[in-house]
Design a protein around this ligand. Structure first.
Ligand code: DP6
Length: 336
């Protein structure tokens, strides 16, 4: 694939070794966290290169993610997820094999992929993001490319857009890019540690979602007049959130992130047929967040392509938020 070839050419020019070095290892390993977008990616301008309509900003959640081992295989790919071998016809395994088509060599015609996810798969908790990021790190290790993170981010993007951001701890920015070749559409770290920053996971339903992000985006961009307004708003929100992170202006960050998520969901709901990821309990949880804010507890929510809420708040509000949401899983991205 031309795109991958040009990235690997970079790897060889960066490497002190010969481009023809036979350095494939017996096994490659990689691990990566899930990430939550504060300003969302929704819609592709190029479905083959997986180029987004707009840039996005995220926060990675340490302790939740994927760990992958990758080995050369002989006759066919085999994919193991959480100690279970997947049928080659399972959608998850098929998508993975298609991605691996980009990387097969004479020496490594097939792969054995063994992944452990510490997040429920396909529950709107971005397991594809950590999964493809971990896989790309494992490929880098197996083939000893020694690529810089921004280049690995380009490759991860080909597996799943949000995976481009999962290469980094903390905040990350995925640039939409402008080039047709996709080489400028990668994520990089926004190095701005914020020790008080907390993310709370409200699990409404962790069952597999009926419409995945890829199909959901396609449906929205094809059949929603409101979507026309989305890319420009998303770029503005992205810029505001980056500024708010740098200034540690939590109110601005929270309000922009919540509005951005609701705007994205509005485009889904205004598609035909409609696409509604929410459940009744999701709406109840949103109203609880608004009630808490009225009571002076500063907490905001964001939501992805699923019914679960992710709450954003500062450590000073942890007690109050946890009391309102029993069983809330709280992650402090910068305090571990
Ligand atoms: C709502 O990255 O899963 O979570 O590129 O088709 O794999 P593909 O989509 P994916 O979409 C994520 C959508 C989102 C918003 C976000 O994470 O930015």
């Amino acid at each position: 694939h031309a795109f991958v070839q040009s990235i690997l050419a970079t790897a060889h020019s960066l490497s002190a070794n010969s481009p023809n070095r036979a350095s494939t290892k017996a096994q490659g390993v990689g691990s990566a966290p899930v990430n939550i977008a504060l300003s969302k990616y929704w819609g592709k301008r190029d479905a083959v290169l997986n180029l987004p309509q707009n840039g996005s900003v995220s926060i990675s959640l340490p302790g939740l993610g994927s760990e992958t081992q990758l080995k050369p295989a002989v006759a066919q790919d085999s994919v193991w997820l959480n100690d279970q071998q997947l049928d080659a016809s399972a959608p998850f395994a098929k998508r993975l094999s298609e991605f691996l088509n980009l990387f097969r060599t004479a020496e490594v015609p097939f792969f054995e992929v063994v992944t452990q996810n510490s997040v429920p798969t396909a529950a709107g908790l971005a397991s594809s993001a950590s999964g493809y990021a971990a896989l790309v790190l494992a490929l880098d290790d197996l083939f000893d490319w020694q690529l810089p993170m921004t280049q690995l981010s380009l490759l991860a993007r080909m597996g799943s857009g949000s995976a481009s951001r999962s290469l980094y701890p903390g905040f990350a920015i995925w640039h939409a890019g402008q080039q047709g070749d996709g080489l400028d559409s990668f994520a990089e770290a926004l190095d701005a540690p914020w020790p008080e920053f907390c993310v709370g996971l409200v699990e409404i339903d962790v069952a597999e979602k009926p419409v995945g992000s890829t199909a959901g985006m396609q449906q929205t961009t094809a059949a929603c007049a409101l979507y026309q307004a989305w890319p420009a708003q998303a770029e503005r929100d992205k810029a505001v959130i980056i500024d708010a992170i740098r200034a540690q202006d939590f109110s601005r960050l929270g309000a922009t992130a919540e509005h951005n998520a609701l705007s994205m969901h509005a485009t889904m709901i205004a598609s035909w047929p409609p696409l509604l990821y929410w459940q009744a309990e999701s709406v109840i949880a949103m109203q609880q967040v608004w009630t808490l804010r009225q009571q002076g507890v500063e907490v905001y929510f964001t939501m992805d392509a699923g019914p679960n809420l992710k709450l954003l708040f500062l450590a000073a509000q942890k007690k109050a938020v946890s009391a309102a949401f029993p069983g809330l899983k709280v992650i402090e991205p910068f305090s571990s």
